[in-house]
Ligand binder design. Structure first.
Ligand SMILES: NC(=O)c1ccc[n+]([C@@H]2O[C@H](COP(=O)([O-])OP(=O)(O)OC[C@H]3O[C@@H](n4cnc5c(N)ncnc54)[C@H](O)[C@@H]3O)[C@@H](O)[C@H]2O)c1
Length: 250
């Protein structure tokens, strides 16, 4: 990382999905740059090891299920009335199920975490941000928010929707000191479940996946997330930023 240390000193930032992958790397970097991180994940054990890895006292572990409204309330309240930023990173995949094979359970599960939870979290923290006239959201969507060939219908639709949520926040509250932007990664080396539950999807997406630039380490995505969350990106609002090695140009 080349950025200067301390960009987030004194700030309280929520990071969802902080137990693993991109969320964990984001939480660690925010903590290294001075933030108090409210680290949310369903895995209490992963949050515990995260706290041990970060500077003492920088991580507040808030373990629970983001698809439950009660947990969203607990998470928002953990800021004691001051949340400076939210990195919405938690997300799940859909087994690449195409429209004719999608089941309701997968559809709702994916939407609950990938889209409803970020909306509920934004709804919970916006009043205090608006009262202070300052707040910042970074959402992690996906290359799959631009096209339909990189996942099943639920993931694709939820990530397209997440871009819309981010833009809506920017539109309604941009003049009130709130910024809201998206990072759309290409392939990232994490433990995310990318297994196919559809032979048809596997067959039809294979040639497209062969065109993908190489997957990157989570830290590469963190550069973009922290840039958007920091004061290094003033006047940037409602932007969908691909972080994909140029995949969208192909
Ligand atoms: N890995 C990739 O190639 C890739 C590419 C593009 C976009 N993304 C997006 O990046 C984000 C992070 O993905 P990742 O690869 O780091 O995934 P990951 O699976 O490594 O980490 C996801 C984290 O979310 C947590 N989580 C899952 N369900 C939860 C729930 N209900 N409540 C609370 N926490 C929950 C998991 O415990 C895990 O720690 C996701 O939104 C994903 O869609 C990933």
């Amino acid at each position: 990382m080349t950025q200067s240390a301390g960009r987030f000193t004194g700030q309280t930032i929520i990071v969802t999905g902080a137990g693993a992958g991109i969320g964990r790397a984001t939480a660690l970097r925010l903590a290294a740059e001075g933030a108090r991180v409210l680290a949310a994940d369903i895995s209490a054990a992963n949050l515990e090891s995260l706290a041990q890895q970060a500077p003492a006292g920088s991580i507040v572990a808030v373990a629970g299920d983001l698809t439950e409204q009660a947990f969203i309330d607990t998470l928002a309240a953990a800021g004691d009335g001051r949340i400076d930023g939210v990195a919405n990173i938690a997300g799940i995949t859909d087994g690449w199920l195409p429209p004719a094979e999608m089941d309701d359970a997968t559809w709702y599960k994916v939407f609950e975490l990938n889209l409803t939870a970020p909306m509920r979290l934004a709804r919970a923290v916006l009043p205090q941000m608006l009262a202070r006239g300052k707040g910042n959201f970074a959402f992690v969507s996906s290359e799959a928010s631009f096209r339909s060939s990189l996942s099943g219908v639920a993931y694709t639709s939820s990530k397209h929707g997440l871009n819309g949520l981010a833009k809506s926040i920017a539109f309604y509250y941009g003049t009130k000191g709130i910024r809201s932007n998206v990072v759309a990664p290409g392939g990232v080396k994490t433990g995310m479940d990318t297994r196919f539950r559809s032979d048809y999807a596997k067959e039809i997406t294979a040639p497209i996946l062969e065109t993908a630039p190489p997957s990157v380490e989570p830290d590469i995505i963190v550069h973009s997330i922290l840039w958007l969350l920091s004061d290094d990106s003033p006047n940037i609002n409602g932007v969908i930023l691909p972080c994909d090695g140029g995949w969208t140009t192909m």
